[in-house]
Design a binder for this molecule. Sequence first.
Ligand SMILES: *[C@@H]1O[C@H](CO)[C@@H](O)[C@H](O)[C@H]1NC(C)=O
Ligand SMILES: *[C@@H]1O[C@H](CO)[C@@H](O)[C@H](O)[C@H]1NC(C)=O
Ligand SMILES: *[C@@H]1O[C@H](CO)[C@@H](O)[C@H](O)[C@H]1NC(C)=O
Ligand SMILES: *[C@@H]1O[C@H](CO)[C@@H](O)[C@H](O)[C@H]1NC(C)=O
Ligand SMILES: *[C@@H]1O[C@H](CO)[C@@H](O)[C@H](O)[C@H]1NC(C)=O
Ligand SMILES: *[C@@H]1O[C@H](CO)[C@@H](O)[C@H](O)[C@H]1NC(C)=O
Length: 417
Amino acid sequence: MVHQNVFLIKIISGILITCLAFFVFRFGQFSPVQVSVNGNSDSQFPPPSVILSDNEDLLPVDIDVEKCDLFTGKWIKDPLGPIYTNGSCGIAVDGHQNCITNGRPDSGFLYWKWKPNDCSLPRFDPQRFLQLMRNKSWALIGDSISRNHVESLLCMLSTVEKPVEVYHDEDYRSKRWLFPSHNLTVSNIWSPFLVEAAIFEDSNGVSSAAVQLHLDKLDKTWTDLFPTLDYAIISSGEWYLKTAVYHENATLIGCHGCPEESNMTYLGFDYAYNTSLRHVMDFIARSNTKGMIFFRTSIPDHFENGEWHNGGTCKRTEPVSEEEVEMKVVNKILRDVEISQFERVVMEMGEETGNLKLLDFAGMLLTRPDGHPGPYREFRPFDKDKNAMVQNDCLHWCLPGPIDYLNDVILEIIANG
Ligand SMILES: *[C@@H]1O[C@H](CO)[C@@H](O)[C@H](O)[C@H]1NC(C)=O
Ligand SMILES: *[C@@H]1O[C@H](CO)[C@@H](O)[C@H](O)[C@H]1NC(C)=O
Ligand SMILES: *[C@@H]1O[C@H](CO)[C@@H](O)[C@H](O)[C@H]1NC(C)=O
Ligand SMILES: *[C@@H]1O[C@H](CO)[C@@H](O)[C@H](O)[C@H]1NC(C)=O
Ligand SMILES: *[C@@H]1O[C@H](CO)[C@@H](O)[C@H](O)[C@H]1NC(C)=O
Ligand SMILES: *[C@@H]1O[C@H](CO)[C@@H](O)[C@H](O)[C@H]1NC(C)=O
């Protein structure tokens, strides 16, 4: 019996392989797409049709996008401008990023859109996003740039449906909104280091003591929520530049920006960031989550002639070309750590990290020094004195502003797999 069965299987396999070989051969002979000199495709197969429909199963199929790097491109003039205004979304926006209401006089920075080199990026369609995201749960996890990003997304979506705030923590730093008629929840989780941190800082960012950072203990604020998420955008970076004391294996191992009299080991912020991100990436990769998880690289600032606390400014009113700007050394270091830890985990875990994707907007936003509030982080800063000395913000982004286009890219990635 056994022998007969084996023999039968061998015969059937043989026939199948022969058939397969024949079809592959035929297919190979007749299928090449012939491209004529004038560029007309002479393919025998019709191009996939683009179906625009309410049904999320019928996503548009866009073959070009497979080959298109959405993160490489340039900003081109766009007379349409943003899909929302300071008037339509004033409430959701942190006052410090509400540039138009605060009196920023120029509006040219609103009329540019992101154009990837190898394809066109459809304008963000909030209706489509909401339809795709029925019953889904999102979280943007990180620092104030994540908050800036979540507010941008809420503003774009609120042109179709107004979100309802359903949760905030004690300090109003983590929040959750619900889009009731789509049953979509969007959370913003405050976790600037992604690892456990004791921060001694007031709301103006003035610190009274060094941050105590546990490089190998992930912050439960986000890890507890993580298994329930369908989509997450995780990021960090800038906060690692702060003076901090580092702990690993529950042992004090050193510090960054150590006080002079201390006898702690000096460790660079790159060491701390690298170690933390190693734990973050390993956690995500090993989590078996069904969600789609994006790690977003940190976004460079545009302070010129100084920094936050010593008079740095950003006075430009137009995008610049790649040749005109160079990423600052610290931003390069942060990004190198991010990309190398991402690549490491993908290498180690292979296919299993299929749900972890990298969002690298650093180059795209580096060319937008015009997109920051600058002095217009305050309401009408020059009303009383046109030469007033005001603190500038060249790190966060005006809303509306260039950060909105992150959502165009993200929707395209989700819609086209
Ligand atoms: C939007 O900005 C304009 C110009 O500064 C201002 O007049 C208007 O009051 C703002 N609208 C809201 C709702 O803040
Ligand atoms: C909303 O979505 C959640 C899943 O995220 C689901 O469990 C729940 O039943 C949905 N509620 C309604 C009213 O559709
Ligand atoms: C959303 O959840 C509700 C309740 O569980 C369900 O009836 C509905 O079909 C779901 N919609 C989608 C698009 O998954
Ligand atoms: C922490 O412990 C792990 C495993 O026990 C070890 O590999 C690592 O070197 C330790 N790190 C430090 C800084 O002592
Ligand atoms: C310096 O190191 C010694 C020995 O490890 C320790 O006893 C002492 O408290 C340290 N001093 C400071 C200022 O941390
Ligand atoms: C970061 O950690 C990896 C190991 O995970 C190591 O190979 C690399 O050299 C480290 N980079 C920095 C900047 O410390």
